[in-house]
Design a binder for this molecule. Structure first.
Ligand code: 5RP
Length: 260
């Protein structure tokens, strides 16, 4: 079954499986959003079924909540959970300092709130997301619908004075209508090309009226799990500064396909 997956999905599943294996009984967990996070939810559901783990899960989107519930995970709100042990989520880009761009799936606001309300955040990814300098991926910024065009003008003006290559901000669309986040907001995708100073950019963006949050995750991610199609996984830990290699045995993952 796993062998039928595209190489990119085998890589994502490898990372998800490795992260799921690190989850301990009784944990309060933040569940990310996106295709890699969906593999994680399946792997966790399999462990709950097979080992009887007791987990309390806080999803970062309606999509993830629906999948988690469907697979039998216990889902609560962040306010009910209080504080989380660990959040596991995907990313669109990560750099050598484990600074992330997130929000490709439009869930950056809940993702950032949940990740920062956790003792640890672990990113699960394939190797294509690793960059030396952030910015090739269009950087998502969540803005409130009221006056979004004014917010966009202010953002583009601001970008002209910052250490980035491009300044164009495009409204994300869903067909012929603006994309709407789970919080009822819109997303502007910034074509920056290169982000010279992520910290400065993040602070500046969040000063613009109408901006709710931006997709830069700085000093939030503690470890990145990088999966490869052959089951090889690299775990890079920002806290210990170490890197370890593991191998996932795909035959152990075949049970998750019962639920798909
Ligand atoms: C959603 C995100 C996702 O984590 C990011 O887009 C990566 O998605 P995928 O795992 O599908 O590549 O930030 O808002």
């Amino acid at each position: 079954m796993v062998q039928n997956l595209a190489p990119i999905d085998r890589a994502k599943l490898s990372a998800a499986r490795c992260a799921a294996d690190r989850v301990e009984d009784g944990m309060k967990l933040g569940l990310g959003t996106g295709s890699t996070a969906a593999w994680l939810v399946r792997c966790l559901a399999e462990r709950v079924r097979q080992e009887g783990l007791k987990l309390t899960c806080v999803p970062t989107s309606a999509r993830t909540a629906a999948l988690a519930r469907e697979l039998g995970l216990r889902v609560v709100t962040l306010d009910d959970a209080g504080w989380l042990d660990l959040t596991i989520d995907g990313a669109d880009e990560f750099d050598p300092d484990l600074v992330l761009i997130k929000g490709g799936g439009g869930a950056l606001l809940q993702e950032k709130i949940v990740a920062t309300a956790s003792d640890r955040m672990m990113v699960i990814t394939d190797a294509t997301k690793e960059v030396t300098t952030l910015g090739a991926f269009p950087m998502p910024v969540e803005v409130i619908p009221f006056g979004w065009q004014a917010s966009r003008m202010l953002i583009e003006e601001l970008l002209g004075a910052l250490d980035v290559m491009g300044t164009q901000a495009s409204l994300r669309m869903n067909g012929s209508r603006p994309f709407v986040t789970d919080e009822g907001n819109h997303i502007l995708d910034l074509a920056l090309g290169r982000i010279g100073n992520p910290r400065q950019l993040s602070l500046a963006l969040n000063q613009v009226p109408g901006v709710v949050e931006n997709g830069l995750f700085i000093d939030i991610c503690d470890a990145v799990v990088i999966g490869h199609p052959d089951g090889r996984v690299i775990v890079r830990d920002a806290i210990t500064g170490t890197e370890a290699e593991e191998r996932i045995r795909f035959e152990d993952s075949d049970n998750i396909f019962r639920e798909i």
